[in-house]
Design a protein around this ligand. Structure first.
Ligand code: ADE
Length: 292
């Protein structure tokens, strides 16, 4: 039996779910893996076109494995956190070499792939293989913190207690756990949002511990970390340098990169970090190029 809360959330999901391509029954494990890596740090609206273009170009792990890392970084474009492109490329090679070109279904084998952590492994095993695992992304963690524990926000880092709680709520009916996980995720994305929860539209508002407690706000001593702005950061500088490398067919002279950013120290530091991350290579003459 599915409990009342689970039934209400599943019922809500049936009529409110967004029609996202990686949720279609024919998406397949490779498409699901690509989507989850892209969605780790990028909103759905920006992932949609990048996901379609990626799979059009590389419909299988073997197709991506045959490409150069530079192609993956170029195709990643402006999606942000571009090390993910290198890791996805390395995963495609590992899948081709170790798993005969098929994305593995076990949590352990998934976790062994570059860039695949506990969350992504559980998401792929659930959504692509129909297995029963707790899938704890930030949306799910927030919904459970409010609904069950009465807290506005989950702890800063995932805890073993959260995993146990999420596992205890998974429906036992074969095949239903992945649908429950994606439904909770969707509730967090559309209704139980971080800053403006739409409680009147929530299917489980009457059972929500946080709502029942009068929707307490943050303890001021535990004020939420505001995310760092983008303008002027090393991240922005790295993005600008990487864009110059992506847009060039050949090596880019250091002087052209230096000219792209006013603060010379920050520019040098950012360039060095791109090289350290494997996103750029320094050639003997002092010019730079995407990884080959
Ligand atoms: N559907 C499946 N996984 C998802 C994710 N990580 N974000 C949004 N929708 C999803």
């Amino acid at each position: 039996m599915v409990d009342g809360r689970a039934a209400a959330i599943l019922h809500w999901y049936a009529s409110h779910a967004r029609d996202l391509p990686w949720r279609k029954p024919d998406a397949g494990p490779w498409a699901v893996l690509v989507s989850e890596i892209m969605l780790q740090q990028t909103p759905v609206s920006r992932v949609l076109p990048a996901y379609a273009a990626w799979l059009e170009r590389w419909p299988t792990p073997a197709a991506l494995a045959a490409a150069a890392p530079a192609d993956a970084v170029r195709q990643w474009g402006r999606l942000g956190y571009p090390r993910r492109a290198l890791r996805l490329h390395a995963s495609a090679r590992a899948i081709t070499e170790r798993h005969g070109g098929e994305v593995p279904g076990s949590l352990e084998a998934l976790r062994a792939l570059p860039g695949v952590g506990s969350y992504t492994a559980a998401a792929v095993a659930s959504f692509a293989f129909g297995q029963r695992h707790a899938v704890l992304d930030t949306n799910v963690r927030r919904v459970l913190a409010r609904l069950v524990r009465g807290d506005l926000r989950p702890p800063p880092n995932p805890t073993a207690m959260e995993v146990r709680l999420a596992e205890s709520l998974l429906p036992v009916e074969p095949g239903l756990a992945p649908r429950w996980s994606v439904a909770v995720m969707e509730l967090g994305a559309l209704i139980c949002t971080a800053d403006r929860p739409r409680c009147p539209d929530c299917p489980v508002v009457s059972e929500c511990a946080w709502h029942r407690a009068g929707r307490p706000v943050d303890d001021p001593h535990r004020a939420r970390r505001r995310s760092q702005g983008y303008a002027g950061t090393d991240r922005q500088c790295r993005g600008r340098l990487l864009a110059l490398l992506r847009e060039s067919d050949g090596p880019v002279p250091a002087a052209r990169l230096d000219a792209a950013w006013a603060d010379a120290d920050q520019c040098a530091r950012s360039l060095a970090s791109l090289v350290a991350d494997g996103l750029a290579e320094r050639l003997p003459g002092g010019s730079y190029i995407l990884p080959r």
